[in-house]
Design a protein around this ligand. Structure first.
Ligand code: BES
Ligand code: ZN
Ligand code: ZN
Length: 480
């Protein structure tokens, strides 16, 4: 698929309409003159009245038109969805060239429409054997956008971010037997090399030397060994401030010896979603040349079951020196994050941290299947993230960390345990991470347990890996 600014309407033209009284009106300026009469005639013939979700494809003279219905007081999210549906529909018709008109020319509207078109053009079908029929579907639509040239850069940037959202989806959707810690390290290395960024990838030996026993413990049961993947990007060399993006990269979460039962284990290749989101965000910022100093840290291990698996009841000393009683080997995400958070503060002297993780099932219970839970120690950062979430429609909701939650982690034989119990699980997981955040470091934790993958496809979000979080965080890093 290509999406670029175009000047002549070839192929099919997408024209937004809006309900007005008993009839409808065109919205947007361009083509109004040309199409007004043609469209009106056709529309009265087809009985189109721009009802909610209505679309009408027709040919008139030598034109092909798809009119799409836009609600009064539409939001950018309405446009993402409506243009996504138009894309899916035109693809099903086999249309190959499409001219896109907008209800209004503004940055946010053009960005939203481009996102709707690009993000709905995604399929994870590499493991489907191709039938002869499906070969017909192997084509890409060329979109020409009807807007001023001054939006060129915005469109190109939006497309880059969307490509990275789809890359994150691919990483989450790919077999867990393929996407190992080592595989992720290779992906990051290849990217970093292209941009001349220095990578610092810690394997088993280095982790042992440094005493990063939490991440090592989690990875012990698997033959696919852990990696702590770090890359630094200095987009603002005159500034001392550095922000870390830390992602949970459990390439498969069996639960360990506290094995997950059937019904809970099946989707657990999604459990590197946090690391993938952090990488997708970082990659976008580098490609866009965002003026920020950013350190990417992906804490990767496979939480497997085997003769060497770490054992419930064991007390393990973390990289920070604090000891943790393992009450449940399925609460592994916080363990790999804890060592990563300590290390990035130590080695890279960051002043801010955003960590992201598919951390707790409790997040889904609290906030439903798509929302991101945000927790942390810095109201201003949390506010900024909330606002970016609203703008990108990747919404967050703050959850608290109170002493009630901290108290849940008490242990008699270690500094604390890794298990806070069933109630308020997202907050007690946050309370655990908080113990590893240094004073004066501003920190936000994002629980993506619901957001990172989806059980059913929506307009521009496919089933399984969603890539949610990338657009939010790119928005946040650009604007804060
Ligand atoms: N990876 C899971 C959390 C998860 C659940 C992600 C559902 C996506 C969908 C995490 O490692 C986990 O197992 N958490 C436990 C924590 C518990 C043992 C304290 C949970 O949520 O049950
Ligand atoms: Zn787990
Ligand atoms: Zn997990």
């Amino acid at each position: 698929m290509t999406i670029k600014i175009g000047f002549q309407y070839e192929g099919t033209v997408i024209i937004p309409t809006m309900k007005k009284g008993k009839g409808f009106e065109f919205v947007g300026n361009s083509l109004k003159q040309v199409c007004h009469k043609t469209l009106n005639e056709a529309i009265s013939f087809f009985n189109y009245s721009s009802k909610k979700d209505e679309m009408l494809f027709f040919r008139k003279l030598n034109m092909k038109i798809l009119s799409i219905s836009i609600p009064e007081n539409y939001s950018v999210e309405d446009l993402r969805k409506i243009y996504a549906k138009a894309n899916t529909y035109l693809k099903s018709l086999g249309e190959k060239k499409v001219f896109v008109t907008f209800p209004k020319e503004s940055e946010e509207i053009i960005k939203g429409v481009v996102e709707g078109l690009s993000l709905s053009n995604y399929k994870f079908d590499k493991y489907l054997s191709k039938s002869v029929d499906s070969l017909d579907e192997d084509f890409e639509i060329d979109f020409n956008l009807d807007c001023d040239l001054k939006y060129k850069e915005l469109i190109e940037e939006t497309l880059k971010v969307c490509e990275n959202v789809k890359y994150v989806r691919d990483l989450v959707n790919e077999n867990a037997s393929v996407v190992s810690p080592e595989y992720l390290a290779k992906e990051v290395s290849e990217f970093s090399k292209k941009f001349g960024l220095k990578t610092n990838i810690l394997g088993e030996k280095e982790l042992e030397k440094l005493g990063m026993n939490l991440i090592l413990a989690v990875g012990k049961g698997s033959s696919r060994k852990p990696r702590l993947i770090c890359v630094e990007y200095l987009g603002d060399k005159n500034n001392l401030e550095k922000i870390a993006l830390v992602g949970k990269g459990i390439t498969f979460d069996t639960g360990g010896l506290n094995l997950k039962p059937t019904g809970f284990i099946e989707d657990m290749k999604c459990d590197m979603g946090g690391a993938a989101t952090a990488f997708g965000t970082f990659k976008s910022c580098v490609e866009l040349g965002v003026k920020k100093n950013i350190v990417l840290v992906m804490s990767c291990a496979e939480n497997s079951i085997g003769k060497d698996s770490y054992i419930p009841g064991d007390v393990i000393k973390s990289y920070s020196g604090k000891t943790v009683e393992i009450k449940n080997t399925d609460a592994e995400g916080r363990l790999v994050l804890a060592d990563a958070i300590s290390y990035v503060q130590d080695k890279y002297k960051v002043s801010k941290i955003i960590d992201m993780a598919t951390l707790t099932g409790a997040c889904l219970i609290a906030l439903g299947p798509t929302l991101i839970a945000s927790l942390g120690n810095e109201p201003k950062m949390l506010d900024g993230i909330f606002k970016s979430g609203e703008e990108e429609f990747e919404q967050c909701w703050n959850l608290p960390i109170y002493d009630e939650h901290r108290d849940l982690l008490e242990s008699k034989i270690a500094d604390f345990t890794n298990l806070g119990g069933r109630f308020g699980g997202t907050s007690s997981a946050g309370a655990f991470l908080e113990k590893f955040v240094c004073k004066n470091v501003k920190w936000v934790h994002l629980d993506l347990a619901g957001a990172a993958y989806s059980k059913k496809s929506k307009e521009y979000i496919p089933e399984f890996g969603t890539g949610r979080g990338v657009r939010l965080l790119v928005n946040f890093l650009k604007n804060n």
